[in-house]
Write a protein that binds this ligand. Sequence first.
Ligand SMILES: [Zn+2]
Length: 91
Amino acid sequence: MPTRRQEIIQMLEHGQMSLYQIAGYFKVELFEIEEDLEHIQVSIRPRKLKRIPSQCKQCHFVFKERTKFRTPTKCPKCRSEWITDAMFYVE
Ligand SMILES: [Zn+2]
């Protein structure tokens, strides 16, 4: 039986998923998947856990520098709360 972390790696090798989709799939709390992703990004080296960053749907600001896995609640530029979830994948 693969561990949950191994399963997440496999899923992210084959497609892109947000933190929220992964937590929903495994029916666990967000922080558990945040811990998994923290661990995965170290354990898969030299491969990388990559992301399509969150983006503000109002002004199109891209959260390029963000290292947290959760979606930011507000855009720093226009204050909109309409923000896309970052999508993660393994490359
Ligand atoms: Zn904005």
